[in-house]
Design a protein around this ligand. Structure first.
Ligand SMILES: Nc1ncnc2c1ncn2[C@@H]1O[C@H](COP(=O)(O)OP(=O)(O)O)[C@@H](O)[C@H]1O
Ligand SMILES: [Mg+2]
Length: 359
């Protein structure tokens, strides 16, 4: 007769796509009662795993039904109780082993709730501003659905050299503006839709992290896709992170999404360094003394007050910023005296100060 222990062993095959770990290892299996031909299971999934809910339930059911005398599986899904205990970066009381990247000192992620808020613009200009300060900087474009960093750095036509083969392959990053960068955009044809399933995405991000010849880097800046999905999880469960920056616009809708993103990182115990409010106001090129709050006022500050995370800078809407992005010339390199360049330089200073304070 099937025992609960055998059922647990079967459920070791049900895996979280982000970490590759099973629901048993992650402590997501809350209860199991085996009373052949019936099994009752309760899974407790953390918020960020809800996107995998359907697959996890299906696989749980499938593997249990494969067992000889099981004919009925009842599955309940809940959320884990909030924990007050300090836990590892991966959260949920589970100590997941994190592997640092040889030569890379600090990993900083740039994330946002919504797309189009300027996350890649912030990541590129932050990386360039850090490099201008004489630091060695890497930039990983982990937005594998919309990789546009190569365009922003003016290297979209380059193909990185790949050494070795199979599991030993190593990508040599492309250098631009003093920054060493890798991106899915360098490896796929332009205009090709990228339809990656969660598990593949996890593999690709890990490959970018560990199979790139980063060399010695003071900072590795990671541009994440928008939202609270597998890429965020994959990164947080792979490398120890110095912290994350949350990019938002002042609008209410953008704030709601940013709030969710911020909560996810807090839940995973990844330190949130601060908030970057982008597109704060419009500065007309012919009247740099004027500024117009096109998307409202005070959103970034409101989020900062609510979450007790500092608002680090406000970056205005400036035409050269957008033009620089399209032309492959980041504004901090191209127009270092512009208002937004100054904001990015201040952001780089804040990130350095944060890292010094916390280590
Ligand atoms: N502060 C800004 N001023 C002017 N244009 C901006 C600003 N921030 C971003 N943009 C432009 O908005 C578009 C979206 O920005 P992007 O960085 O690609 O956003 P995300 O990575 O969040 O999707 C790009 O064309 C970019 O050049
Ligand atoms: Mg982007």
């Amino acid at each position: 007769m099937t025992t609960a222990e055998q059922a647990r062993i079967a459920l070791n095959r049900v895996k979280d796509s982000g970490s590759g770990r099973s629901v048993i290892e992650l402590g997501w299996l809350d209860q199991i009662r085996v009373n052949p031909p019936k099994v009752i299971v309760r899974l407790n999934l953390p918020g960020f795993a809800q996107s995998q809910r359907e697959r996890l339930v299906q696989e749980t059911r499938g593997f249990l039904l494969e067992m000889e005398d099981i004919e009925e599986v009842q599955i309940e899904v809940g959320n884990p109780p909030p924990s007050n205990a300090p836990i590892g970066q991966a959260g949920h009381g589970q100590a997941i082993e994190l592997n640092s990247i040889p030569g890379v000192k600090k990993v900083i992620a740039v994330s946002s709730g919504k797309g189009g808020v300027g996350k890649s613009t912030v990541a590129v200009n932050l990386a360039c501003a850090l490099s201008q300060q004489g630091l060695k900087v890497g930039l990983l474009d982990a937005d594998i659905y919309g990789p546009n960093i190569p365009t922003m750095l003016g290297v979209a036509n380059r193909t990185p050299e790949v050494l070795g083969s199979g599991a030993d392959q190593q990508i040599i990053p492309i250098e631009s503006c003093g920054v060493a960068m890798v991106s899915m955009g360098l490896l796929i044809e332009e205009n090709q839709p990228v339809i990656w399933r969660g598990p593949m995405l996890n593999g690709i991000i890990r490959q970018f992290l560990y199979q790139t010849l980063w060399g010695e880097r003071d900072f590795l800046v990671v541009d994440l896709p928008p939202g609270t999905g597998d890429a965020q999880l994959s990164l947080a469960q792979s490398v120890p992170m110095a912290g994350v920056l949350i990019v938002t616009t002042p609008q209410k809708v953008s704030l709601q999404d940013a709030r969710r993103g911020l909560a996810m990182f807090k839940q995973m115990n990844v330190p949130v360094i601060g908030i970057v409010e982008n597109m704060s106001s419009f500065v007309p090129p012919d009247r740099p003394d004027k500024s117009y709050p096109l998307f409202g006022i005070g959103g970034g500050q409101q989020l900062a007050d609510e979450t007790d995370v500092p608002l680090l800078v406000k970056v205005p809407i400036e035409m050269p910023l957008q033009e620089g992005g399209n032309a492959g010339q980041p504004i901090v390199d191209n127009r270092p005296d512009s208002i937004s360049s100054e904001a990015f330089q201040r952001l780089a200073n804040s990130v350095c100060a944060y890292v010094l304070e916390t280590t």
